[in-house]
Design a protein around this ligand. Structure first.
Ligand code: GCO
Length: 441
């Protein structure tokens, strides 16, 4: 492999965030409570007992943040929109003040020549809908389509690309099955219903985006974690296949028109009673792009014991496995042949050491990006149409159940002063974006 690698012309370089993780201002301009505001109040739900009340204060500092994106040389910004700001009651009246914020943000991005990539749902459901059974209730899917209309009607003329959902797997599985995420439920049955209604929500929203933003791309962002048996035993192989079905195939296969993965449905014992006659047609509405979030691989044991992890790990305890991003891209393209792909998230948490000026010389994070980008490039060379790459994340931010203890940012946030200081990885990544090349390392 040559030392310096060029990407295709027009390859898009960006960074990603999500509303609850950075915005703060949870009580302002008519925003209602989200399931994450409620979850943060539960004792021990969040490692450092923190919440999103201030987060990175992006709601007030968005202008400075757009300048930061611009000074780094990034060409695109992936952000999400908070449903509780736009339709505080979950359904019904639109709160224009909530939409005004995103309107200002989008204009600021366009003025700085940064392409807005919006995600409609990154896990912050209005609590009022959870009170009516959340994603277990089929009505939530229809409410999502109405919310989509409100947003796209206002911003559709300026947003380049719309993703319906971010990682429905995490919403359904961590939110409704393991209880690690909001709303903190622990019911496998509910998680099957939630997964189906999330997919239905996606399918119902697609034609709404097409109608109100005919020139924009419309698609979805899914997370993929290649899954391997920890040993060669038949039991571990079966366990790995089932986990692969639930984690990696459950969403993409219905979207690709193949229905749910029958092996995993059977192994996990879903009775599929939520599926109504036209649902699978709605869910398989063609998408313009598939967004892929990739972080690590997983090893599976049938006996439920913790597998030995032989590879170096990030601060999340996630193995660093760059080849997995290549495996994911080629597997998806060979199986489904979507028109185009974006890496919508990829990045690493490390226990950063900041100097007196808050600068972090995070060569470990640079290595992570470098090695994963090499593998993205390899996938492109084998014919996968990857159109862009978004580093997760622009900032250190609220890392869900880990609170502010895990830092994924290209840019350090000092949580006392809220000052932003680009890390070495931000400067490195900015050079990659500007040169469209991964430099020698
Ligand atoms: C994700 C999430 C991010 C997380 C990141 C690190 O979509 O998984 O979008 O919000 O912060 O994945 O865990």
């Amino acid at each position: 492999m040559p030392d310096s690698i060029s990407f295709p012309r027009n390859f898009l370089w960006g960074s990603a965030t999500s509303s609850f993780q950075i915005e703060g201002a949870t009580d302002e301009d008519g925003r209602s409570e989200s399931i994450w505001d409620r979850f943060c109040k539960q004792q021990d739900a969040i490692a450092d007992n923190s919440n999103g009340n201030v987060a990175c204060d992006h709601y007030h500092r968005y202008k400075e943040d757009v300048q930061l994106l611009s000074s780094l040389g990034l060409q695109a910004y992936r952000f999400s929109i908070a449903w509780p700001r736009v339709i505080p009651a979950g359904t019904g009246a639109i709160n224009q003040k909530g939409l005004d914020f995103y309107d200002r943000l989008v204009d600021e991005l366009l003025n700085a020549n940064i392409s807005p990539y919006a995600t409609l749902y990154h896990w912050d459901l209005p609590q009022i809908l959870e009170d009516k059974n959340g994603w277990v209730n089929r009505d939530t899917a229809y409410a999502f389509a109405d919310y989509t209309k409100a947003v796209v009607d206002r911003l559709g003329d300026r947003v380049a690309s719309w993703a319906t959902l971010n990682e429905p797997f995490v919403s359904a599985s961590l939110g409704y099955k393991t209880g690690e995420h909001a709303p903190g439920r622990k019911s496998p049955t509910d998680s099957f219903a939630a997964a189906h209604h999330l997919l239905l929500a996606h399918g119902l929203a697609m034609p709404v985006i097409r109608e109100f933003a005919p020139k924009s791309d419309a698609g979805i962002v899914l997370n993929f974690t290649p899954c391997y048996p920890a040993t060669d035993s038949a039991e571990d192989k079966k366990a790995a296949n089932t986990t692969d079905g639930w984690d990696n195939r459950w969403y993409v296969e219905p979207i690709a028109g193949l229905g749910y993965p029958a092996d995993a449905v059977e192994a996990l014992g879903w009775d599929q009673k939520e599926i109504q006659p036209d649902d699978l047609n709605i869910i398989s509405t063609p998408i313009d792009f598939l967004g892929i979030n990739y972080y690590t691989r997983q090893l599976q044991r049938a006996d439920g014991k913790e597998p030995v992890k032989p590879l170096p790990q990030t601060d999340m305890g996630w193995e660093i496995y760059p080849q997995g991003i290549y495996e994911t891209l080629t597997r998806l393209h060979n199986s489904h042949g979507f028109k185009k792909y974006f890496i919508t998230e990829n990045g690493a948490a490390f226990a950063d050491n900041a100097d007196e000026s808050d600068f972090v010389d995070d060569q470990n994070r640079v290595d992570y990006f470098h090695d994963h980008l090499q593998q993205v490039h390899r996938a492109i060379q084998s014919g996968v149409p990857v159109n862009g790459y978004f580093a997760w994340s622009l900032f250190d931010n609220f890392e869900w159940a880990f609170g502010y203890e895990k830092r994924f940012g290209l840019v350090r946030v000092n949580y006392e002063t809220l000052e932003r200081v680009p890390k070495a990885s931000a400067l490195w990544f900015g050079e990659v974006a500007k040169s469209n090349q991964i430099p020698e390392r």
